[in-house]
Design a protein around this ligand. Sequence first.
Ligand code: SF4
Length: 413
Amino acid sequence: MTEKKTTERKDIAAGKACRKLMADHFYELDEAARTGSRKIAWCTSVGPAELLRGMGFLVYFPENHGAMLGATRMSTDLIPYANALGYSPDICSYLTCDVGAYIRKETPLTRAYNIESVPKPDVLVFNTNQCRDVQDWFAWYSRELSVPLLGVHTHRDIGGIRDYVIADIASQIRDLTPLLEEATGETFDMDRFREAVGYSSRTSELWRACLESAAATPSPWSFFDATILMGPAVVARGTREAVDFYEVLLAELKQRVEDGTAAVPGEKHRIYWEGMPIWGKLRALSDQLLSLGTCVVASTYCNSWIFDQLDPDNPFESMGRAYTELFIVRDEPYKEKYIKDCHDLFRFDGIIFHDAKTCPNNSNNRYGMPERLSAKLDIPALTINGDLCDLRCYSEEQAKTNIEAFIEQLEER
Ligand code: SF4
């Protein structure tokens, strides 16, 4: 049997600044929604947030709300309300729990921030780069709230990215401008747009450096820390506040590396997490892996908010490129090469694939990738079945046993 250890973790101090930034983000949106002081755009998580900020909108991200519903375990009970409207239990559980929350007039924002409801949008803007579900999700709100729905339609499952693809996406983003002017009543301001792209670019640079600090042995933080501390990279990209936050976080992580402060004291094994987080079980998984001396040092999910391509001197084209060259948009050979490169950098000993029942887009185990990567990298891979928000799809006991056996397998090697 694997020897279990009782270990103490040292919390990441920047967590406090992260909580404040997230609280301020929601308070600002809430005030704008109540007073009408600023227009509000809803945006998909890898949608054209910089353009929306450049147009003067405050930006709200429903996927972040979905993650909060999952993390607070409110989601599982809310999903059936969307199912009753004809939205299948098999489609994105962010969508179904968020729509269910709207119908039930419930939100985790109430308990966390004393905010009664999510902010009402003036416009809804999606990008199908991640999946079609976001379009259908926003279309539901568009009908329900009589709010304009705009979108970018991205080419998907591609390997090499040709220039015509980038030109297409850049012009789709550019074409949003007059429609957004109508929604906001303001004229497009190129300087403000460039500034937002510049902040996003710097945020991305810092976020990459934070993630890459986990290449150190022992790793100063884990996937479970990063899933929480990535909040500002999602909801505040394109702002000065996000840049300031990641400067603080990076300095702390560098210090932890220098001091040898480990996310998992006595780190014995390093693994890669492929796929969505299981939001309602982050703590339990983190504790189990901690007790097994195992640190999740890298993940596709947290890496998905690195946008190296953003360039304020070339804002439309660079956004077109940044939001097309994403992992989720690409074909299997690209994804395998990407994870191999991560393996070279982070030197992990195994991969856990999360097969999320309601997100085929972020479940990469279904076409033989674990077997191929396992052979190519000569490391074991484990698939666990679960879901991002629907805990009815997750057997905790089974996952626990499988993870324990997996770590034993690593020990034997
Ligand atoms: S990528 Fe997956 S989790 Fe994200 S919105 Fe689409 S279906 Fe939902």
